[in-house]
Design a protein around this ligand. Structure first.
Ligand code: SF4
Length: 181
């Protein structure tokens, strides 16, 4: 199990007087890397909806992800990263690929939950791909059944690091709409 992102403890403790300062630091990082908020597309590729509700909870006042410069968008064409839940049913495999292909580069993919990370309870079933990595190039995996909101925020922080890394080191390898890497 990897250690938590250094900014996560502040997000877990609303009592911590440094929380707002550190939250501002992450928000500033979003601005610095993207010059705007980070846009997130959520794709349910065959989940039981447990992971989806945890993602939705990030929008409630307790977590208020928008204060950090994070937002959920409806179109993959506006998305910096793709949150995929579920083990990717065969029925939704093409939809997942088309969603990712519609995203602008670098098109970060985050597998959310045990099902998305490796198939979960449906591992080996004929009706699923057995995890997002078998369909899309996964950048970050967030384990858990379902993962807690803090873990989701941790993953989004790592996603921002990954976006910065890709933009910084491989910029010449991107073409419009898709990464060559
Ligand atoms: S990881 Fe757990 S909560 Fe998430 S979709 Fe799979 S069974 Fe449901």
């Amino acid at each position: 199990m990897s250690t938590l992102h250094p900014l996560i403890p502040m997000l877990q403790s609303r009592q911590d007087e440094d929380a707002s300062t550190l939250g501002q630091k992450f928000s500033d990082q979003v601005q610095r890397v993207l010059q705007r908020s980070m846009q997130i597309r959520h794709l349910d590729a065959g989940s039981c909806n447990g992971c989806d509700w945890e993602i939705q909870s990030l929008l409630c006042p307790a977590y208020d992800m928008q204060r950090l410069g994070l937002d959920i968008v409806a179109s993959p064409r506006h998305a910096d990263c793709l949150l995929v839940t579920g083990s990717v049913t065969r029925h939704l495999e093409i939809a997942a690929i088309r969603t990712w292909e519609a995203m602008p580069a670098p098109g970060i993919v985050i597998a959310v939950g045990a099902c998305a990370c490796g198939g979960g309870v449906l591992q080996g079933s004929y009706c699923t791909a057995g995890g997002v990595k078998n369909v899309l190039p996964v950048d970050i995996s967030i384990p858990g059944c379902p993962p807690r909101p803090q873990a989701l925020l941790h993953g989004l922080m790592l996603a921002l690091d990954r976006i910065e890394q890709k933009l910084h080191h491989s910029n010449h390898e991107f073409r419009i709409g898709r990464s060559e890497a």
